[in-house]
Design a protein around this ligand. Structure first.
Ligand code: FAD
Ligand code: FES
Length: 242
């Protein structure tokens, strides 16, 4: 775990209540997620890394409460204290040849970085991305530029397959040997039930320290209690109790 100061390069809306935050600092950020200190708030806010390069990384976040509201009002040039090097992330080497990515809403951003890592390893990548409606769609063109196949679903049917990602999976019938999913718990439970092959899911749990000390994010798994921030947030499908 590393505590570092980052400077906001960009903090702009990309969908209703949804912002792209680009932070610059030294080196390449490590870990599946970062824990961002919000001025005036004791607890940090965990956000997944969506993209990264030397000296810069991107997160995409939705304004849901007070902390993310304050964050959304911070200008370029402001400094944020960030904990990095957190979490056990997706394992791109678990996939042999063909990966299936299934994301929902704000679960889509961390799958983008994973898609880049899978493509860098020469894997075929299919992505199924689910949203409520057209104006909530994020990163679809970025996934299309990167992946071999992309299918979008919207609950209201305004774009792509009408319904949930599980409806899109029935239409697409993708070939894959390993899947990765991130999104609302109810979505990931349905995805893990629908997909019979091996895979892993990135869980979300309220966090205290975010670094393994307080046990505030503990969940029960088939292998016993686990901390989402330290042992996860990514867990193998067969470990999970829904
Ligand atoms: C590993 C991980 C990765 C995440 N990645 C993203 C992401 O990429 N984009 C995104 O928009 N959101 C993400 N979230 C959810 C995000 O952390 C919450 O939406 C955010 O903390 C809400 O803060 P708030 O102050 O606006 O809300 P408030 O409800 O005011 O927050 C009160 C407290 O509850 C915590 N909290 C509230 N909702 C959540 C939640 N869903 N998960 C965890 N803690 C929560 C806050 O961190 C804070 O400590 C992630 C959560 C986890 C655990
Ligand atoms: S949030 Fe403290 S151990 Fe996970």
């Amino acid at each position: 775990m590393i505590k570092t100061h980052y400077t906001i390069v960009e903090n702009t809306p990309i969908a209703p209540k949804t912002f792209k935050l680009v932070l610059s600092g030294e080196g390449v950020v490590e870990g599946e997620f970062v824990n961002i200190g919000i001025p005036g708030y004791y607890l940090r806010r965990p956000l997944s890394v969506c993209d990264k390069e030397e000296g810069q990384f991107t997160v995409i976040y939705k304004v849901v409460g007070e902390g993310t509201k304050v964050l959304s009002e911070m200008p370029a040039g402001a400094s944020l204290e960030v904990l990095t090097g957190l979490g056990r992330g997706f394992d791109p080497d678990a996939c042999q040849e063909e990966a299936l990515l299934v994301g929902g809403g704000l679960g889509v951003p961390p799958l983008f970085l994973l898609a880049k890592e899978l493509k860098a390893r020469g894997k075929k990548v299919t992505a199924v991305l689910g949203f409520n409606r057209a104006d909530e769609i994020i990163l679809a063109s970025e996934f299309r530029n990167l992946c071999d196949e992309v299918m979008v679903s919207t609950v209201d049917g305004s774009v792509g397959v009408k319904g949930f990602v599980t409806d899109a999976l029935k239409v697409l019938k993708p070939t894959y040997d390993y899947f990765y999913t991130c999104g609302p718990m109810v979505m990931m439970k349905a995805v893990c039930a629908a997909l019979k092959k091996r895979g892993e899911a990135s869980l979300e749990e309220r966090m205290g320290c975010g670094a393994g000390f307080c046990y505030g994010c503990s969940i029960q798994t088939k292998k016993g209690p686990r901390r989402v921030c330290k042992d996860g947030p990514v867990f193998k499908k067969e470990e999970l109790i829904w």
